[in-house]
Design a protein around this ligand. Structure first.
Ligand code: SAH
Length: 367
């Protein structure tokens, strides 16, 4: 009966419940994809196996992209059985898949415990980029973002983050070359799992995606920015700035009340000094809110001399939202002012807006 209901709701495209089997499996077993290579070696030793088995398992999962332990043919039948009895492979089911005119694909995945998450695949001239979710729901409450207002349920585990990439590669057959943590959730509010997922994604024996091709976007959790600077991961840090003074930023992003602009910029400078990596500042332009030349002047003052880049995003209006998109003319004027004043700025190409897959549009009503 449960399975039948599940299938019917899949056809409707709005399922949130998985079959009971998955829920039970998820509650009682460990996810093999939650482990980075070193941890998996230790785990295997703990269950009485040789550590090199971890490399074999990694190869099967991340290179061969198998979905079942049975397919790991250079591992003894006995060990395969043991693995199957104690771990899940966490293969996502696709609940819904939508393709935009520009080729962007938005997936709604069943994460096997009754919840669903969204992931977006984008195609660029330099390859395929994936936008992954890091949490089920978000606590940040940014006023312009569609993820705001959905109930926060929980953070995703490392394996659940990584599985988004595997599931999309398995479904499309493409090789993903860039990963951005810009889906639902605040990645730095799920710090340990996000960093561990990056270690799996980045590992040569894992998904082997270069750290420089991985971006973490944050609304500005200052203590975690300091922590990340010490991780020795060469990923790109994107800061969702969106305003240049505290009054305006706090009205758009409540997180600014806890970590005001001065503290945020100080943490960014520390990040640049320690990593020598350029920071990307995201600035979503909203009509008559943050898009006039005085805002651009303040932005130049704030970022002058920093190793950074400004990514201008034409804001996507959300249902019942008060912020609307700036005119193209204003967006270009804003960009030109920054460029003329020594701040490198580009306008983000909008992908997938016809399927609500563009920046800040990800939201499942039933998350
Ligand atoms: N919580 C993280 C990552 C998720 S949002 C963060 O805040 O950075 C990814 C990016 O989309 C952020 O820069 C965010 O500010 C931006 N964004 C959110 N809603 C938007 C909207 N309606 N229009 C344009 N960009 C939006």
């Amino acid at each position: 009966m449960v399975m039948l209901l599940y299938m019917i709701s899949c056809l409707n495209g709005n399922v949130i419940y998985s079959s009971e089997t998955y829920i039970n499996e998820r509650l009682n077993m460990k996810n093999i994809k939650d482990y980075n290579l070193e941890e998996l070696k230790q785990e295997l030793v703990d269950i009485g196996e040789k550590p090199f088995r971890a490399e074999q398992i990694f190869k099967w999962i991340y290179k061969e992209k198998v979905k079942e332990f049975e397919e790991m043919t250079n591992i003894s039948l006995e060990l395969r059985k043991k693995l199957k009895e104690n771990y899940i492979m966490c293969n996502y089911k696709i609940i819904k898949k939508q393709e935009a005119k520009d080729g962007t694909i938005k997936y709604l995945f069943d994460v096997l415990d009754g919840n669903a998450i969204e992931t977006v695949l984008m195609s660029y001239h330099h390859g395929y980029s994936i936008c992954v979710s890091s949490q089920i729901g978000c606590k940040m409450g940014c006023k312009f973002c569609a993820s705001t207002g959905i109930k926060f349920i929980r953070s995703l585990t490392s394996g659940e983050i990584v599985e988004q990439i595997l599931a999309v590669e398995q479904d499309t057959g493409v090789r993903i070359s860039n990963v951005v943590f810009m889906g639902i959730g605040e990645p730095l509010d799920n710090y340990d799992n996000v960093v561990n997922a990056i270690r799996i994604i980045n590992n040569q024996k894992g998904l082997n995606i270069g750290a420089r091709h991985i971006s973490i976007s944050t609304s500005g959790l200052v203590p975690q920015i300091y922590r990340l600077a010490d991780e020795n991961i060469q990923c790109t840090l994107s800061i969702s700035l969106h305003a240049t003074n505290n009054e305006k930023r706090s009205s758009m992003m409540p997180v600014n009340n806890s970590f005001p602009i001065e503290e945020l910029i100080k943490a960014c400078k520390d990040y640049i000094t320690k990593t020598n990596r350029r920071i990307s500042f995201e600035y979503a332009l909203a009509k008559n809110s943050n898009d006039n030349i005085d805002d651009a002047k303040e932005l130049v003052k704030l970022l002058k001399g920093m190793l950074c880049h400004v990514n201008l995003i034409p804001i996507n209006k959300i249902e019942n939202g008060t912020y609307t998109k700036s005119s193209n003319e204003n967006i270009m004027r804003f960009r030109d002012f920054l460029n003329d004043n020594g701040i490198v700025a580009t306008i983000r190409r909008e992908l997938g807006s016809d399927i609500e897959a563009a920046c800040g549009q990800l939201r499942r009503k039933n998350l």
